[in-house]
Design a protein around this ligand. Structure first.
Ligand code: MEV
Length: 337
């Protein structure tokens, strides 16, 4: 039996635009998904998920998509979760060159589901690492990232960038631009996260941006503008990593977060709750704030060295929970086994 964990992430810059080959800079944060895997003697896969910030569920199936049991959980949630698990199992079996290997899999996560913090990527990354390690195969973080990307790409009908899975696998701040994926130097940024208790549908939101981009020149320009802004942000991040995160640099990074949020709103992926949290953070003195991830609901990320933003978010009706998020310098790792 092997347990692995992988971190969630916030996007400093670049979500959605990254799907069209623009650069993005996600940063792994210390909120982890933990997956325990144990090989079975048959070809069945049993998944238990008791602690996913939602009702847990347990399912056993023979590995085929038509072979679904009745479970006591919202069908849409089970269906979505099972697509990721199916694809992670398929990638694991491929890595092992054994299409019939069965597993007992237990998933726990302190990353809210579908909220823009990379919960599905973290589960897929931790699952592939744990299941391969449980049968004695040691995949590097990069190999796990590649397989996790393929799993997420299949689960999201071909609408996924490498950003979430690569960031979760290798940890730290990363640059993703098409197939160009690498870690970048970053200072410890004072991230504050506000969570509205809801979730967005990544597939639907990505499809909405795609349609808008096909119909309107402004949307294609907006995607390009997010790319330009991300390049400026990366240059600032680099200066801050080598010469220190001065107040001026923090203010300049915050300003870019604000602009990024405005551009994402123009692409139609914000939500009233996200806008309310962004404004609460700004009014409390955050140097900048934006939605993180696909949008539609879920989380915002703000930069603030003081406690004022966290306190203000806690008092904002649209915010269910606020917390400080530390950069996770380590990506996927074996916890035991
Ligand atoms: C979702 O966390 C981030 C998006 O850019 C989609 C992706 O990169 O796969 C919206």
């Amino acid at each position: 039996m092997t347990t692995c964990s992988a971190p969630g992430k916030v996007y400093l810059f670049g979500e959605h635009a990254v799907v069209y080959g623009e650069p993005a800079v996600p940063c792994a944060v210390e909120r982890r998904a933990r997956v325990t895997a144990e090989p079975r003697d048959d070809d069945r896969v049993r998944v238990s998920a008791d602690d996913l910030s939602l009702n847990g569920f347990t399912v056993t199936w023979g590995g085929g998509v038509d072979d679904r049991p009745d479970v006591d959980a919202p069908p849409a949630l089970v269906e979505a979760a099972m697509r990721y698990v199916d694809e992670a199992v398929a990638q694991t079996r491929d890595a092992l060159d054994d299409p019939e290997q069965g597993f007992e899999i237990t998933v726990e996560s302190d990353i809210p589901l579908g909220a823009g913090l990379g919960s599905s990527a973290a589960v897929v990354v931790a699952a592939i690492k744990a299941a391969t390690a449980a049968v004695g195969v040691d995949l590097s973080a990069e190999a796990v990232a590649e397989r996790a990307f393929r799993a997420e790409y299949a689960a999201q009908d071909g609408q996924a960038s490498r950003a979430d899975t690569f960031c979760s696998a290798v940890g730290g701040a990363v640059h993703v631009e098409g197939d160009d994926t690498r870690r970048v130097d970053a200072p410890r940024l004072p991230f504050v996260v506000g969570y509205d208790g809801g979730a967005g549908d990544t597939g639907e939101l990505v499809a909405g941006v795609r349609d808008l981009r096909e119909q309107h020149g402004f949307a294609a320009d907006t995607v390009g503008a997010i790319g330009d802004l991300t390049r400026s942000g990366e240059a600032l991040l680099d200066d801050a990593a080598s010469d220190g995160l001065t107040d001026e640099r923090l203010a300049a990074l915050g300003e870019l977060l604000d602009v990024d949020h405005g551009l994402l709103s123009a692409l139609g992926v914000s939500a009233r709750s996200l806008d309310e949290m962004v404004w609460a953070a700004r009014e409390a003195g955050a140097t900048g704030a934006k939605l993180t991830g696909a949008g539609g609901g879920g989380c915002v990320v703000a930069l603030d060295r003081t406690d004022a933003t966290e306190t203000a978010l806690e008092l904002t009706p649209a915010c269910e929970r606020a917390f400080r998020a530390e950069l996770a310098t380590e990506g996927v790792r074996i916890e035991s086994g």
